[in-house]
Design a binder for this molecule. Structure first.
Ligand SMILES: *Cc1c(COP(=O)(O)O)cnc(C)c1O
Length: 364
């Protein structure tokens, strides 16, 4: 229905933002996941930038975030002049090691940004407790975490703010697209103003004010109705898409289990519910991963590694405080993602796993 809804949006005569499809999508998220307000954005990157504006980051404020993440998690706060303090991963999972947070908090700390890696929840209880104790904002980068849960609570609904991505590499897609979830109602009015170039145009469209004016800083964060129309068709099929991905994930897991502990398989903690965003294995070292990537490539299978550590990046390495983050560095060196997309067939998963087994049989 994606093409059909785009056609409808075009023939309705309104394809700029905040129209009927945008409203439908936002309503869907508010209803299904209980966000107090949902605002569609052009990307998760935009939604993260809105978070930086909403929590009023100023020069000298510190923001704690994982090093093993996408650049957008960091850029959003760097753009506002924050000092970034990178945290390490758990040994068992690329998610943040919440035990290390307490040592990173100081009077300048303003926010903790968690990333739910692969759609698997971070352990939110200790994060929320620390945030409450030290009066910090919690922002969930839930880019990969649509329809994923922490102790039965939807991700993106636990922090003050949450951000999602509908980039075509994610579960639910719109080419490029994103969402800001607001769980503190006092943010809502200002968020709408920031979203609409710093004006109260959203209130004007609802007939609440007679003209719209410049009230605050902001930018153009809302997507066109063409994007929202595509997204709405995806949302109507959300359950089917999720079911298919989780089924594929489970098949990978069962076929590769016999290879453990030669390779490490993903761990889903008891408090988290899998959303089948990605399937990865963890190799023993970087050279082994490189050889496996080459071997799979020769067999027509594209498997790719994931993040490079931000604390070691060309842009940030001179700004980093020098702490080594050994788990993040290990995931950067050893984690390998296997093909995972809606059109993937079960027989292809069988073939991929057969090849991975062949690789390890020849190696040991
Ligand atoms: C994909 C992703 C983003 C960026 O999303 P865009 O919609 O492409 O801006 C940010 N953070 C994480 C963790 C992601 O996986």
């Amino acid at each position: 229905k994606e093409a059909h809804y785009i056609y409808q949006a075009v023939y309705s005569g309104k394809i700029s933002g905040n129209g009927a499809y945008t409203q439908k999508c936002q309503h869907f998220f508010q209803q299904k996941y209980g966000f107090s307000k949902a605002l569609l954005t052009s990307s998760c990157t935009d939604a993260l930038e809105m978070c930086g504006l909403l929590i009023d980051i100023k020069e000298g404020d510190e923001v704690i975030l994982p090093s093993y993440t996408f650049v957008s998690t960091a850029n959003a706060f760097m753009l506002r002049g924050a000092k970034l303090v990178f945290a390490d991963c758990l040994a068992s999972h690329p998610n943040l090691d919440t035990k290390q947070l307490v040592d990173l908090i100081n009077p300048n700390t303003k926010a903790i940004v968690v990333v739910h890696y692969g759609g698997v929840a971070c352990d939110m209880e200790p994060v929320l407790a620390l945030a409450q104790q030290h009066q910090l904002y919690v922002i969930e980068d839930a880019a990969q975490a649509i329809d994923a849960y922490y102790q039965d609570q939807p991700l993106g609904s636990l922090g003050d703010l949450g951000t999602f991505s509908f980039h075509e590499s994610k579960n639910i897609i719109a080419g490029e697209g994103g969402l800001l979830s607001i769980n503190k109602p006092e943010f809502t009015q200002r968020a709408e103003i920031i979203w609409e170039k710093g004006t109260n145009r959203a209130a004007f469209w609802r007939g609440e004010v007679s003209k719209y004016e410049w009230l605050d800083i902001g930018s153009s964060y809302l997507p066109s109705e063409i994007t929202a129309a595509f997204l709405y068709a995806q949302l109507e099929n959300l359950d089917q898409i999720q079911q298919k991905r989780i089924q594929d994930w489970d098949l990978y897991y069962s076929l590769l289990s016999p290879l453990a502990p030669k390779i490490q398989l993903p761990i889903i903690p008891d408090y988290a519910q899998n959303n089948g965003h990605l399937f990865y294995i963890i190799c023993t070292h970087r050279e082994e991963r490189k050889a496996l990537i080459e071997f799979l490539k020769k067999n027509g299978i594209l498997a790719v590694f994931h993040y490079l550590c931000l604390h070691q990046s060309p842009f940030f390495k001179d700004k980093h405080d020098g702490r080594s983050l050994p788990q993040a560095e290990r995931f950067a060196d050893c984690l390998l993602r296997l093909p995972m997309y809606y059109e993937l067939k079960a027989e292809e998963i069988h073939l991929i796993c057969q090849k991975i087994k062949a690789f390890y049989e020849n190696r040991f």
